[in-house]
Design a protein around this ligand. Sequence first.
Ligand code: ADP
Length: 454
Amino acid sequence: MFRKILIANRGEIALRIIQACRELGIRTVAVYSTADRDSLHVTYADEEVCIGPPPSSQSYLNISSVISAAEITGAEAVHPGYGFLAENASFAEALEECRIGWIGPQAKSIRLMGDKSKARQTALEAGVPVVPGTTEPITAVDEAKRMAAEVGYPVILKAAAGGGGRGMRIVQDESQFESQLETASEEAERAFGDGAVYLEKYLVEPRHIEFQILGDRFGRVVHLGERECSIQRRHQKLIEEAPSPALSGDLRQRMGEAAVRLAQYVGYQNAGTVEFLLDQDGSFFFMEMNTRIQVEHPVTEVVTGLDLVKLQLKIAAGEPLEVGEGITARGHAIECRINAEHPETLTPSPGKITTFHPPGGPGVRVDTHAYEHYVIPPHYDSLIGKLIVHGADRQEAMVRMERALDFFVIEGVHTSIALQRQIIQDPRFRSGEFSTRFMERFRMIPAEAVAQGA
Ligand code: ADP
């Protein structure tokens, strides 16, 4: 096992990695920008190195600074967390050249899956169904229009290099096709430096279901069941749960087998997530593969009893996977992402937290880097914590989540807690029958109306 690793991240995930390392007896090196001097990941790591000014382009995304920090501290490997450099194949390669380990999949897997259109082709080769559409990026408008007509409108245009819910455009009919294609390509160029766009059929009421997979260096791949991630806003997840209320045992088995087949086909190592869209008729389609630990990994940990970050470290250190086949979920887990944001405008709400009181009690887990008097810097994403609950069944998990949200007190900044509470109480959420369009129809009740008992 490693003796010392560097964590190329910040916030709750950096702390989460420190926790796993501490339990495995691995020393940790934190890197931080000058905006994060007072962050808990800096406090709890065994060593820390300042890598630059607040903008992430000059600190957390600065490959040479991160590698220098690993070299001067003698870290044997780097854990990238999620976001920042986690899916940067060049970073993984640069580390290899410097003989520093990488706690993640091989660079070739990152590169292959990072290009969504190549990932689609690979899934097809592996015999995994993909959403009908083009397998190559669009080069000729006429041909693309013909393809769109063939798969049927509405269609969705996606940036091949896209991610984080960005770079997608829905086209309702042929009259909008050209203008939307132009916008999509321009947006992709601006956001990802790559204007390549492909098209897929737009499924009208799908669910987002993803499978957690693990692969070791000896070719063994297992899946740890699914996560239901259909509660999204602007294509970004808000609430995740495990298991999905939509899967029968048979469907779970078929989707899990497809996820494992794809991972095996590409010789995948370490933790990864295979994302599917599940249509109303029960057909499922590969959407993309994320080659890193996910924000929502705790729901899988809670129902399987496994520590995914420890498993990532063990796999990267060359240990064989000791996880059995066909792991089944025990009980039900729900996660709410707690963002520091204004509930109505949905804009980030950085600043000083004046009161911070997280919930506790049976079946409650809080992954956060926040604390009382912590100042949330304006430079990074607005996730300040994750509230995860475990119940004997979905009903108990929902009641527990409501209670935990009620007991979660954060003052000084706006948060998504009130919004999450209303979603958990929504009859359609309760019923378990919803799609990725849930939030489009959801209307938050303003705080004043709640106070008056509306
Ligand atoms: P990103 O990599 O940016 O997260 P994804 O390809 O994972 O993008 O898609 C994010 C979300 O967008 C999905 O969870 C789903 O809600 C929606 N989406 C993507 N593709 C389609 C599609 N073909 N039909 C309907 N919704 C889609």
